[in-house]
Design a protein around this ligand. Structure first.
Ligand SMILES: Cc1cc2nc3c(=O)[nH]c(=O)nc-3n(C[C@H](O)[C@H](O)[C@H](O)COP(=O)(O)OP(=O)(O)OC[C@H]3O[C@@H](n4cnc5c(N)ncnc54)[C@H](O)[C@@H]3O)c2cc1C
Length: 418
């Protein structure tokens, strides 16, 4: 039997697992279906004149984020000032003043505190049922939570949300988060354009079938997104793995997409602000624009949940038009002349990802804990959905991959290659 560990997927989790096995001296190979590595960590360097992150872009929990050390080692550029809370607010046809803006920030803080308080009580209720403070910031606070869940709050469990251990320090990775994850993988044995179709137990180890042949190994670490697992694209044996897949069914990835608008110049002086929130009418959801400072001005709309699914169904042009229209409502139709490039993401429609990131559904708020603790033997799982304190993030995915690798080493008493 081959002593190799077979890692399925070269996103942050697969790369974390590979780096850990490399450090332990255990042979492994990473199998990636796409023609590129990184998965949801993807710095797009070709669609627009300057690069932008289609997926992860911030070091969340930056003060304790293990990937910051990698960034220092590999000389990635990131902004140690947490500007994520520096925001402009356009609400019902006017700019909010400082006092009103402070009130919106306080609504956002209050919203998260209340959700965590409900989670602490172990209440498996929809987040939308957690009472919110009425006021000028109510809808924006709800939209913020929706982005954090990558889905509408009516679907997500409050107790499940509460597992996330947020230090509330966020640093933008200006040279590209996807670029960093890519460079971390330099020298790892990764086979791209190789799609895994099944994983089975075989002679005390595993057999992995791909679109270009089979590979036998001692164990497998599967890192595909929960929506890919739920889709049945990869077949697995019965037993504990099927129990795990049943739990995964209620920890889906929501929908989270971005529309990037490259600008000749900003429609207003953004000063030190990193965000523009627009909430024109109470019947509409607010929209969040990330303001990218740099040589090439850029604004990126972040859209999630049912709204994002509706726009995806309408098509990429409609998605871009939706974001542009929001800016026209504020700055007038001439804003169109400032736009020198548009690009949209397609995470939901990408068959190898199929969504944003994971959340636990109402009624299944404990599923993530169960998934992480379930012993599935030599077919083991990692990925953002398998991190308890940092689910939904790139560093959580990376840590989960490292954990899966070191667990296997202990479980199987794997020895370094001589
Ligand atoms: C729009 C958006 C914004 C985000 N913003 C942030 C942020 O600012 N900060 C942050 O920390 N996180 C953010 N995230 C989340 C973060 O990007 C993800 O949590 C993380 O990158 C997931 O890594 P992963 O390895 O678990 O999964 P993935 O990145 O999905 O990797 C899985 C890999 O498996 C491959 N694969 C799938 N099926 C097969 C198969 N059958 N055979 C072989 N390979 C297969 C896929 O191609 C993929 O490369 C964001 C995500 C999105 C979508």
């Amino acid at each position: 039997m081959s002593e190799k560990v077979i890692i399925i997927g070269a996103g942050a989790a697969g790369i974390g697992a590979g780096l850990e096995l490399q450090a332990l001296g255990i042979p492994f190979v990473i199998i990636e279906a796409s023609n590129r590595i990184g998965g949801r960590a993807y710095t797009d360097k070709t669609s627009l004149r300057s690069h932008w992150d289609q997926g992860c872009g911030w070091f969340h929990c930056a003060d304790v984020n293990p990937l910051v050390h990698w960034a220092d080692r590999l000389r990635s550029v990131y902004d140690r000032n947490d500007r994520s809370k520096n925001a402009l607010f356009w609400v019902k046809n006017r700019w909010l003043d400082m006092a009103e803006s402070a009130s919106v920030h306080s609504s956002i803080n209050d919203r998260f505190n209340t959700i965590y308080a409900v989670a602490k009580k172990g209440l498996d209720v929809p987040i939308s049922d957690v009472p919110a403070k009425a006021g000028i910031g109510e809808a924006i606070a709800e939209e913020m939570v929706r982005l954090m869940c990558s889905d509408d709050t009516k679907y997500a469990s409050a107790v499940g949300y509460g597992d996330y251990n947020d230090t509330e320090v966020n640093w933008a990775v200006t040279s590209g988060y996807g670029d960093l994850i890519n460079r971390m993988a330099t020298g790892l044995p990764i086979h791209t354009r190789t799609e895994v179709v099944s994983v089975e137990y075989h002679r005390g180890g595993v057999r992995v079938q791909t679109n270009s042949g089979q590979i036998d190994g001692r164990a497998a670490i599967v890192t595909a997104s929960t929506n890919v697992l739920r889709s049945g694209k990869i077949s697995f044996p019965s037993g504990p793995v099927q129990t795990l897949l049943d739990l995964v069914e209620d920890v889906p990835c929501g929908t989270y997409e971005k529309v990037a608008l490259a600008l000749k110049h900003y429609p207003l002086d953004p000063k030190d602000n990193e965000a523009l929130w627009v909430h024109q009418h109470s019947r509409e959801s607010p929209i969040y624009f990330q303001i990218i400072h740099g040589n090439q001005p850029m604004m990126i709309a972040h859209i999630s949940g049912d709204q994002a699914r509706g726009l995806i169904a309408a098509g990429p042009q409609e998605m871009a038009d939706f974001a542009i229209q929001k800016l026209k409502n504020i700055f007038g139709s001439h804003v169109q002349d400032l736009i020198c490039g548009t690009a949209v993401t397609g995470w939901q429609t990408n068959p190898l990802i199929q969504g944003g990131y994971s959340y636990a559904r109402t009624g299944a708020g404990q599923n993530r804990r169960k998934m992480i603790t379930l012993d599935t033997g030599v077919i083991t799982f990692a990925g953002e959905a398998f991190s308890l304190p940092w689910y939904g993030t790139a560093h959580g995915a990376y840590e989960s991959g490292k954990c899966a690798a070191s667990r296997l080493q202990v479980l199987l008493n794997l020895k370094p290659a001589s």
